[in-house]
Design a binder for this molecule. Structure first.
Ligand code: COA
Ligand code: MG
Length: 295
């Protein structure tokens, strides 16, 4: 499958939609939904006696195609299950862009999955789910475990259960895990996707969770229902005002450098190279989103 090369900017991953591997209706419907990423799930949403059938069904759906520019990702079963190896081989052969590895417990899981994908000659990048206490504590080592690793995804349902934490709207009990994972991701050049918000009827709660995740630095949100896609896309995209402000920053800094200066003033604020670089990232990201929409 083709890489996202329209602008050279990072591919948008504002909304990553899960679909149970056995839900053909969801797979079909996803072709019409504005999710940036589609995650075909072979793990928690598939019953143990349906694992093999789900694997075949997901590979057939990916082979049949029709998903446009959406990024195609398969969530396999965890490395300590009897299904992991066959799932990884099937995902590698399917041509999926990515593989989500759940219940990671340390760097060895990621190394083993990455080596297996290497041996299969897969194009898929690895996404490691951070949803165990051991994974969060080992985040820096996991982030450096394998060159194929591209993203961390937060799994707060499992983590909260293990910690016996109570997660309220502000996610206070989860902040350390969120921030530690994000720090490790950025320190190693990885993407980072925030956790699902299971109550898909709670629009206000979902919007607040998206705003918080965006503010913490996450690239997007894992979502479980079509209703969550548009709000996630909006929350994790730069606003029109932010894009025009970024263009003004770029212009102000360019005018300064044209005069041989390395610092500019805009609306009474200092603008340095780092501000211009961040503004360029915002504009490139907005262009990448626009490129997706013209698909
Ligand atoms: N992907 C694609 N389409 C979906 C969808 C999903 N994840 N969830 C719901 N839809 C579709 C339904 O098929 C329905 O479309 P249709 O009427 O055109 O057939 C429409 O959206 C409305 O669905 P709704 O009736 O509100 O939801 P539901 O009761 O059918 O399903 C869930 C609710 C939670 C079971 C379902 O959203 C789901 O399975 N989500 C993903 C779960 C998952 O993968 N979990 C693992 C990761 S945490
Ligand atoms: Mg889970």
């Amino acid at each position: 499958m083709a890489e996202f090369t329209e602008t050279g900017a990072e591919r948008p991953r504002r909304s990553c939609l899960y679909m149970p591997g056995t839900n053909a209706r969801a797979h079909e419907k996803a072709k019409t939904l504005p999710a940036d990423v589609l995650i075909f799930d072979l793990e928690d949403s598939v019953a143990p006696d349906a694992k093999e059938a789900a694997r075949d069904q997901v590979c057939a759906a990916i082979a049949a195609g029709g998903f446009g520019r959406r990024e195609i990702v398969v969530r396999v079963n965890a490395m300590d299950t009897p299904w992991a190896e066959a799932d990884l081989r099937a995902a590698a052969a399917s041509g999926a862009h990515g593989v989500v590895l759940p219940k990671v417990t340390g760097p060895d899981d990621v190394r083993a999955a990455g080596d297996l994908l290497d041996a299969e000659g897969a194009g898929a990048r690895l996404w490691a789910m951070m949803e165990t206490a051991r994974a969060v504590l080992a985040a820096p080592e996991i982030a450096a475990a394998h060159g194929r690793l591209a993203h961390f995804t937060m799994g707060l349902e499992d983590l909260a259960k293990e910690l016996r934490a109570e997660v309220e709207g502000q996610r206070t009990a989860m902040l350390y895990a969120l921030e530690r994972t994000l720090l490790a991701a950025r320190a190693h050049g990885l993407g980072a996707i925030d956790a699902v918000y299971p109550d898909f009827s709670d629009d206000a709660g979902f919007a607040a969770a998206c705003a918080q995740g965006r503010g913490l630095g996450f690239d997007g949100k894992q979502v479980i229902h079509p209703r969550q896609i548009a709000p996630a896309n909006a929350a994790f995209a730069p606003s029109a005002a932010a894009v025009s402000e970024a263009k003004r920053i770029i212009a102000a800094f360019a005018a300064a450098t044209a005069k041989g200066e390395h610092v500019a003033t805009l609306d009474g604020r200092m603008v340095e190279a780092l501000h211009a670089a961040e503004a360029r990232r915002v504009v490139d990201f907005a262009d990448a989103i626009a490129a997706l929409q013209t698909a």
